[in-house]
Design a protein around this ligand. Structure first.
Ligand code: AMP
Ligand code: MG
Length: 449
């Protein structure tokens, strides 16, 4: 047994071939985020793509831009129910000569002076007309249309000219765009029944801890149910990744070794727990055995201070089982690629805050997306909050967006294990390092989730 496997034998552990010294500097929040963002931005877009039907493509990332297949709108489209008119006809009553509904086109002569044609929303403007007057602003009697005297007919009013939204062959959806309802609408309107998207990044989710039990087991009073794997799977899916929950790793070097070995052929490995200072927090040591390169061993944040970010050589090739949930470990050679990893602190709120701050940007880059950074908004504090912390805090909070402003209220909590408080909130209120106190009405940043 050699290299990274050495410690499994009774012989003393030998340093692994690509062992790098562990940086010991816990970074301030902004530097930790900048570190992740610089790695994320440097990642090349995924090479593998696949074609996915429009009905299944939500959440994926576009690999090939979508072009308009014709002008949009394809004709001068009325935006109102009313009457097609010539703007030069202002003032005098107009003779009604016909009607056009959506899905039809006017087949008579072009609109002449003193004439009008009834038109419905979505119908094409007849030749000769250059405005639509809303039905609400007219009266019709004996085939003569009168427009309210206070209304002048303005050229271009109440219709969208052909090609004003997009011209044929123009890019309407760029590569790297995450696909949601708005993008699906555009694709459908361009006749795309399927889209070429990047393959999903494969994310190994490994919960660690001797106290953890799975949901099909009855926990003893001193045991804890593994909730992090489920949360991480949901978060990974929401960011367009494929999350696979590997078996729980126990707090021994041997067990962590085999789990990390399995995880080290995925694109990203998310470990939860085992990164604090405890006697059985062995995750960093075992990552080191694998030749991990560490970018930071912690960040000055609360919750989540012990977060670890790095990468290790990717091993073998990725395989999924028939259930699509499991990887088959392969001890093949290093392919010159990296498996990025985050060692996330095990407390569930810490795990989730760290996901939103650090994991999501890297995952977006691995998915081929171009917008990477976490999303913050500003809001007014609803109540005073004590400050003075030596870390940047991200406290579970409730954001209320009302007509007269956006406010944020920090929810009461028992600390980073308080999953109920986390679920009572809908965001995290950011309290910068060092500020003595925060007063009601003050503007603060809020991390969206
Ligand atoms: P650790 O980071 O391993 O020191 O764990 C910190 C706290 O988080 C402990 O109270 C653990 O029981 C809890 N914890 C660790 N992993 C999980 C998990 N997968 N699900 C729920 N709680 C966890
Ligand atoms: Mg633990």
């Amino acid at each position: 047994m050699t290299g990274a496997f050495a410690f499994l034998s009774s012989a003393p552990a030998r340093a692994c071939a690509f062992l790098k010294p562990m940086p010991n500097q816990v970074l301030p929040f902004d530097q930790a985020l900048a570190t992740v963002l610089s790695h994320a931005a440097a990642l090349a877009a995924p090479t593998a793509t696949e074609t996915v039907p429009l009905l299944k493509v939500a959440g994926r990332t576009l690999a090939v831009p979508v072009l308009a297949d014709r002008d949009q709108p394809p004709f001068d489209r009325s935006t109102r129910d009313g009457y097609a008119v010539r703007s030069t006809d202002s003032g005098s009553p107009l003779r009604l000569i016909g009607s056009i509904r959506a899905g039809q086109r006017w087949q008579g002569q072009p609109l002449g002076p003193g004439e009008t044609i009834e038109i419905m929303t979505g119908a094409p403007l007849p030749a000769g007309a250059d405005a639509v007057v809303m039905v609400e602003h007219t009266t019709l009697e004996d085939g003569l249309l009168r427009v309210e005297p206070t209304r002048t007919l303005r050229i271009g009013e109440n219709f969208v000219p052909r090609g004003a939204e997009a011209c044929g062959d123009q890019i309407v959806l760029p590569r790297g765009r995450r696909i949601a309802a708005a993008e699906i609408t555009v694709a459908a309107s361009c006749g795309c029944a399927q889209l070429e998207v990047f393959e999903q990044p494969k994310v190994a989710i490994i919960a660690t801890g001797d106290e953890l039990v799975e949901l099909n087991e009855q926990p003893a009073p001193w045991q804890i149910r593994n909730s992090n794997s489920y949360a991480l799977k949901a978060l990974v899916t929401a960011e367009g990744g494929f999350g696979g929950r590997l078996e729980i790793a126990r707090d021994t070097r041997a067990d962590l070794f085999w789990r990390i070995s399995g995880g080290s052929m995925w694109d990203l490995m998310l470990l939860s727990g085992g990164v604090s200072m405890g006697k059985y927090d062995l995750v960093e040591q075992v990552l080191t055995d694998f030749g991990a390169e560490f970018f930071f061993p912690g960040a000055l944040i609360q919750p989540g201070k012990p977060i670890v970010f790095g990468r290790l050589p990717k091993r073998g090739s990725f395989q999924t089982s028939e259930t699509g949930e499991f990887s088959v470990p392969d001890t093949g050679p290093w392919r010159g690629e990296w498996t990025y990893f985050f060692g996330l602190p095990g407390n569930p709120v810490s795990t989730q805050v760290c996901f939103h701050l650090f994991v999501a940007p890297l995952l977006r880059a691995l998915a081929g997306r171009t917008e990477l950074a976490p999303q913050f908004v500003e809001a007014k504090l609803a109540e005073d909050v004590p400050g003075g912390a030596k870390v940047t805090r991200f406290l579970p909070a409730e954001l209320t967006s009302a007509w007269d402003g956006v406010t944020v209220r920090v929810v009461g909590w028992q600390g980073s294990g308080d999953v109920a408080a986390n679920a009572r909130g809908n965001c995290y209120c950011v309290l910068p390092i060092g500020v003595e106190s925060f007063k009601a009405g003050e503007t603060v940043r809020v991390l969206l989730r």
